[in-house]
Design a protein around this ligand. Structure first.
Ligand SMILES: [Zn+2]
Length: 145
């Protein structure tokens, strides 16, 4: 009995000690933020390419890379940067188009909410005819519309 209790305490202690060691690892597991947009992702990738270009330039200046390798790697990076740039611009335009559409839809909804002015009020007696009429339903005065 004493042995079992001792074992349980030992296990409990082990878990207690191990817990803080394990939890930061699980908390630090890489997960993409939910609000990462395709545009932000493209921008980040472009920055990485520029970063690589800078490194390449540095290594070339330091004489670590042969001129031929440098040229071809540089072309690769520049090509990638151009592709990412074009994709970004496309995404940006898409975003603007979306915003424009959104505004138009909102404007149309607002227009639909407000009914067109319907004024069939009789100029003679002031009766507000509920439907389009040529003659006032109350006094028979001609209503010109
Ligand atoms: Zn009238």
């Amino acid at each position: 009995m004493f042995l079992v209790i001792g074992l349980l305490i030992a296990l409990g202690l082990a878990a207690f000690v191990a817990m803080p060691l394990l939890s930061p690892e699980s908390a630090a597991s890489p997960s993409l933020p939910v609000d990462v947009t395709p545009l932000a992702d493209l921008k980040r990738r472009r920055l990485v390419v520029y970063e690589n270009l800078k490194d390449l330039e540095f290594e070339y200046q330091a004489g670590k890379i042969a001129s031929q390798d440098y040229q071809s790697l540089r072309q690769n990076y520049l090509g990638e940067a151009a592709t990412l740039m074009a994709a970004s611009q496309e995404a940006e335009q898409q975003k603007e188009t979306d915003a424009l559409l959104e505004r138009e839809i909102t404007a149309r909804r607002a227009m639909r909410r407000i009914p067109p002015p319907q004024d069939y009020t009789c100029p003679h007696c002031g009766f507000e005819n509920p439907v389009p009429v040529k003659f006032c339903g109350e006094c028979g005065t001609r209503i010109i519309h």
